[in-house]
Design a protein around this ligand. Structure first.
Ligand code: MG
Length: 337
């Protein structure tokens, strides 16, 4: 088996801004595993500086992981374990390899990945579409552009939070969820709870700093709105300390490092009666499709990463009207656009 990789530059329709800043240009890495018969498996690494990765660290990490490509594409568990043992962290680089190996394996079987897992794609929940931070005028424009999406996710975590909610609620009756991306203190979050209730917010994602588990527990105890851990929950190892402190977890392949690990996180969260969400980075349809294959197993889907792009280099799963449509072609079912 051999590995090929190249950096892709993705441009968003609007600058995508969250509590810790933003950009309109995102670099991801397209990873291809090619077996001796010429069958190709594809994956995409969507690195995030917050988790210590850039496209350049992904390219460097792949040079290390390249030394441990599996002989058997069906040894998914062994491959993910070997890559993690070889070099930890680097979640998006490992996730791209995991995605590529799953694609290759399911292509060899001639079936879509969700079928290998025994899942019914019709059971996937609707996906949200994210409204990043912006001026009042541009937020109104973004909400209008998101007309086809039935559920919105709003980025908060500035001194304009109330104004942003008022602006969006002023123009739509849709379900709205909120993501504060670690920006609030416990005191600020407690003060925001009645505001979120006033605007009928249904989900609150990561209100506090990642390590403030006691704060999350205090907040969850008084909140009528379910609280989901994102930055506080990188891999399955983070779940035990979050039991009782939050209502659910947000899984992203770029954080957790692979599809086997994502399935493990779902199983562990379910054992603790926690809600499960799947999220994404700003990334193309290639990475989105890898995550979309396990959406029938989750409660909340936020896979709009490719929908935010000005142009998408791949064709795969779509979220038109919020409905997750999985390709029926073998493997991930992704092709070049
Ligand atoms: Mg989030």
């Amino acid at each position: 088996m051999r590995l090929e990789s190249e950096i892709l530059t993705l441009t968003t329709k609007h600058p995508f801004v969250i509590a810790r800043g933003g950009s309109s240009e995102y670099r991801t890495v397209w990873v291809r595993l090619i077996d001796d018969d010429g069958v190709e498996g594809w994956g995409e690494a969507a690195p995030s500086k917050f988790y210590g990765e850039t496209a350049d660290t992904v390219m460097a990490a792949l040079e290390t992981y390249r030394t441990a490509l599996p002989d058997d594409p069906f040894d998914l568990e062994g491959a993910e374990r070997t890559w993690l043992q070889l070099m930890g962290r680097n979640g998006s680089a490992r996730a791209a390899l995991s995605s590529a190996l799953h694609d290759l394996m399911a292509k060899r079987l001639g079936v879509p990945l969700y079928q290998v897992w025994g899942l019914n794609p019709a059971e996937a929940p609707l996906s949200t579409y994210t409204i990043g931070m912006d001026t009042v005028e541009r937020i109104r424009q973004k909400v209008a552009e998101a007309e086809q999406y039935p559920v919105l996710k709003v980025k908060l975590g500035s001194d304009r939070d109330r104004e942003i909610l008022e602006t969006i609620r002023g123009v739509t009756d849709k379900e709205i969820r909120v993501d504060a991306n670690c920006a609030w203190t416990v005191k600020q979050a407690v003060a925001m709870l009645p505001v979120l209730e006033e605007f009928d917010i249904t989900v609150l994602e990561q209100p506090l700093a990642p390590d403030d588990i006691d704060g999350l527990a205090q907040l969850t105890a008084v909140s009528t709105i379910p609280i989901i851990a994102d930055e506080s929950c990188v891999t399955s190892h983070d779940i035990p300390r979050l039991v009782g402190a939050v209502d659910g977890i947000n899984i992203k392949l770029a954080k957790c490092g692979g599809l086997r690990e994502a399935l493990r996180m779902i199983a562990i969260a379910r054992a603790h009666h926690m809600m499960v969400m799947v999220g994404c980075m700003v990334e193309s349809s290639l990475a989105i499709t890898a995550a979309a294959h396990f959406t029938p197993l989750v409660d909340i889907v936020d896979l709009d990463g490719a929908a935010l792009l000005a142009s998408d280099p791949f064709r795969g799963a779509t979220i038109d009207d919020g409905r997750v449509e999985l390709p029926s072609a073998p493997g991930l079912g992704v092709s070049r656009a």
